[in-house]
Design a protein around this ligand. Sequence first.
Ligand code: ATP
Ligand code: MG
Ligand code: MG
Length: 554
Amino acid sequence: SEEKSLHFIEQIIEDSIATGFPQNKLRFRFPPEPNGYLHIGHAKSICLNFGLGLKYNAPVNLRFDDTNPAKEEQEYVDAIKEDLQWLGFKWAEERYASDYFQQLYDWAVDMIKKGKAYVDSQSSEEMAAQKGTPSQAGTNSPYRNRSIEENLALFEGMKKGDFKEGTHVLRAKIDMASSNMLMRDPLMYRILHRHHHRTANDWCIYPMYDFAHGESDYIEQISHSICTLEFVMHRELYDWFLDQIYDESTVRPHQYEFARLNLNYTVMSKRKLLQLVQDKVVNGWDDPRMPTISGLRRRGYTAAAIRKFCETIGVAKRENIINISLLDFCLREDLNKTAARVMAVLDPVKLTISNYPDGEVEWLDAENNQEDESAGFRKVPFSKTIWIEREDFLEEASAKFFRLTIGKEVRLKNAYLIKGESVIKDENGQIIEIIASYDADSKSGSGTEASKRKVSGTLHWVSAEHAIETEVRLYDRLFLDEAPDSHTEKSFLDFINPNSLQITKGYVEPSLKEVQPGDQFQFQRLGYFIVDKDTTASKIVFNKTVGLKDSWDE
Ligand code: ATP
Ligand code: MG
Ligand code: MG
C-alpha cells in the first residue's frame, strides 16, 4: 500500500502531521442517523473513516446521530452495528448524540447569555419569508433583540414543556445578510413532544443537526470530521458553533467533504429505501434486491468484495456515477477464489443413458475449486437417469451449438462422454426425456484414450434419484432506469422492474444436504448462489448472487 498514492484526505492528514499536529490525537468517527439501514453509500464513508483509523492507528467512534426522535428507532441502531461488524470494522467507542443533550443545552444557555442566541416566536412560514435570497439580505426577526433574561426564561420554558410544538425555536444570532444562507440566524432547537428511543420523554426540545454535529465532534475530540459534499456550505456554520465553545488546550475538529457514492440502477436515500419497504415493493430492508448492506449480504455479496469496491472507487472531491457492474466485478473476483463448485440444474429435463446398467450408482470424484488446491475433492453420484439443463440440448443444432444434440458427443462434467440418441415428447411436442448412450471407457480422470477425447462441450448434471429439490430465487435489477430518482415528471417507483424476482425449482447434488444459511457456492456454468435464511429443515432456499459473466451490458 506504500506504493499507492494518497487520496486528498490522507494528504491533508499527512500535511497536518508534518506541520506539528500530534499523530496520537488523530480521531475519526462514523456518524449514522439511526433512521434506516446502512446502504452501499454508507460503506464508502465507513471504509474511508475506518480505513484512516487503521492507517494511522487512530480510534474511530461509532456515533449515532440521534437528534430527531420522529424517525429514529432501536431496530436501526442494532442493524447498523451488525452491518458495521460484518463489514469487518471495530469502533473505538459507541456514542450517541443524545448522550450530549444536557451539555448541548448548557452550551445553548451560555450562548444566550453571551447574546449569541435568541428565542424566536414566529411561525416557520414567517421566518422563511424573512430569509431573503442569496442576492438579497434577509430581514431581522422582530424577536431578534429580546433581552437575555426573556430569552433565558423562554428557553427554559421550552425545555420544561410549557409550549406547544411550533410556537418557539432557538436561533443562533449570526447575520441575516450573510452571503451564506445557512448563516442567516439558523435554528438551534425546536420543540418536539416526542418519545426518543433512548432519552424517552426527558426532552421535548431537540437540537438541529448543524448545532449538534460539530459540538458532538468537539466532545469526542474528533480531529477530522469527514462528510459528503452537500455539507460544504455548512462548514462555515460548523466553525461558527465551534468558535462559541472552543478552548485552545483541546483539539479543534475540522470538517472535510468528499464526493458521495452514486450508483446507477439504484436509489440510495434512506427515505426512498424506507418507502420501498413500507409499500412492500421489496420484502424488508434486507431483501436481496436492496442496496442495503443487509440486502447485499443476503444476496451473497461478501464484505471483502464491498471493501474492495470502496477501495477501487477511491476518495475524491468530484461527484460521479459508478457503474453497478464494478461492484459485481469485485464480487466475482472474491467468490471465484472462495466459492466451492457444485452442480445444480435449474431448468431440468430428464436424460436416460440407455446402455448404463439399471440400478447402478457410481460415486465419482469432483474437484471443489480449481482455483484453490486445498479445497480438495468430493464424491458425486452418477446413475442411469440424470437431470440436465433444458437449454443444453437441441434436437437439431448448427455446428456452432457446443452442447448436446442427436448424434454428437459431449462430456458430462466429472463423468462420461455421452451421445444423443433420441427424444420422447409429450402431446404438445415438448421434450420430456432425452435418450443418450455413454462410452463406458471415457470416465474423467481414468487415463484412457477415450477419457482424453476432445469433444465440443461439457455439461453439468445431477443424478435424478440423488438430487435434492430446492427453491431458487433469481434476481434481476430492481429498477429499469439507470437513474430512477432523477426524473422530474416521474417518481422512482415508476421504474420498478416487475420481473425483479423469479422463483424456480432447482435440483442440486446431494453434497449440499447439510448447507446452512450464508453458505456460498458456484453452481457450475450458472453463477454464484447463497443459501438464504428462509431455508428450513425440509426446504433449502438459494438466492442467485450474480452470474459468472457480466450480463449488464447485454
Ligand atoms: P441518506 O440521504 O441516505 O439518508 P444520510 O447522509 O442522511 O444518507 P447518515 O446516516 O446521516 O445518512 O449518514 C452517515 C454517514 O454516511 C454520513 O457521514 C454520510 O455523509 C455518509 N453517507 C451517506 N450516504 C453516502 C453516500 N452515498 N456516499 C458516501 N457517504 C455517504
Ligand atoms: Mg445525515
Ligand atoms: Mg438522511
